[in-house]
Design a protein around this ligand. Structure first.
Ligand SMILES: Nc1ncnc2c1ncn2[C@@H]1O[C@H](COP(=O)(O)OP(=O)(O)OP(=O)(O)O)[C@@H](O)[C@H]1O
Ligand SMILES: [Mg+2]
Length: 321
């Protein structure tokens, strides 16, 4: 069953440099109970996409459907309020996400109050803390965020999300601000919550190795667009898009992929190239292989969408079309 369906999503920011097309026609689904990793280099639009999905940013075009129903940022309050409970976001920096003057109990209880789930409050808070690995939970009730470690702070944030019994967690680089030594534990916790509660998770990361360890499926984003999606083993073991191949070639786990260094300037979402947006940096195009394959003209002029190449594996590349 599809939980979340994103179609043709565009999010643009007017800036002094011109119109920044941070999210530029994204199609994406999250299935019930799965972990989908969203990977791509810095500035490709991952955070903007995540924030738009949870309703913190407004899209100029496209739709977001949740459990089959379109989600609206404006309009009647009820469905949006329900959506805001059922889709929870975990941010990169737990310190910034927590109010320093609020106890851990208050931090976790706050959402319950906002969403009128206050009955059994203390039991719910204790249960959420305990399931997030803060045991015994009562020991944490009266402590403040600065009195616990970074990893424990992220556990508090996760407890504050899970206490609302969401169907989808959107986690933006949930471990990148943490000590390397606790990253694995927090990821293990998140994976365990998915397995035990059935919550689905969209996890944003620029770390393909991490995606490999935690996700069922991987979506690769380049300059505002998804360019490849498939089952994690498949995308990581037989990446089809030249961009995915380049990303993977620097991951230690991917010894099978030939080392590639991307040519060209880092991409600018205020000046997205025509045709395939990756062609100015594409090894296949730059090496002349695309010319030989007779597709160079298309690479320069035709902006193509995702097309299936195998079961559940889609890619946007003229060489694979
Ligand atoms: N509020 C904003 N106003 C103007 N430009 C923005 C805004 N938010 C994001 N951008 C621009 O949109 C593009 C995508 O940014 P975003 O933060 O979504 O990327 P990201 O993939 O999350 O990057 P990172 O891996 O560094 O976190 C960037 O060029 C960024 O500068
Ligand atoms: Mg980001």
């Amino acid at each position: 069953m599809t939980l979340l369906e994103v179609e043709g999503l565009c999010v643009r920011f007017p800036t002094r440099r011109g119109l920044v097309r941070a999210v530029d026609g994204v199609d994406l689904t999250v299935e019930e109970g799965e972990v989908l990793a969203l990977v791509g280099e810095s500035g490709c639009g991952k955070t903007t996409l995540a924030r738009t999905i949870v309703g913190l940013e407004r899209a100029q075009e496209g739709t977001v459907r949740f459990e089959g129903k379109e989600v609206r940022g404006r309009g009647r309050a009820r469905p949006m309020r329900d959506y805001r409970r059922r889709v929870q976001m975990v941010f990169q920096d737990p310190t910034g996400a927590l109010n320093p003057r609020q106890t851990i109990y208050e931090a976790v209880a706050e959402g319950l109050r906002v969403h009128h789930m206050g009955q059994d409050e203390e039991r719910r808070v204790a249960d959420a803390l305990s399931r997030s690995g803060l045991r015994p939970p009562e020991r944490f009730f009266t402590r403040y965020p600065h009195e616990v470690s970074g990893g424990q702070r992220q556990r508090v944030v996760i407890a504050g999300a899970m206490v609302l019994e969401p169907r989808l967690l959107v986690a933006d680089e949930p471990v990148s601000s943490l000590d390397a030594s606790v990253r694995g534990e927090i990821l293990g916790l998140m994976r365990n919550l998915v397995d035990t509660t059935g919550v689905a998770m969209l996890v944003v990361t620029h770390d393909l190795g991490l995606a490999w360890n935690i996700a069922e499926r991987v979506a690769v984003m380049y300059l505002g667009r998804i360019v490849e999606v498939g089952r994690a083993e498949e995308v990581l073991q037989s990446p089809q898009h030249p961009y995915t191949q380049a990303l993977l070639s620097v991951v230690p786990e991917a010894k099978h992929v030939e080392q590639q260094i991307l040519q060209g300037e880092t991409p600018d979402p205020a000046a997205i190239p025509p045709g395939c947006r990756f062609h100015p940096r594409c090894p296949l195009y730059q090496s002349g292989d695309a010319e030989e394959l007779g597709i160079a003209q298309q690479c320069r002029t035709v902006d193509l969408g995702l097309a299936p190449i195998a079961n559940d594996h889609v890619v946007a590349c003229h060489a694979r079309a």
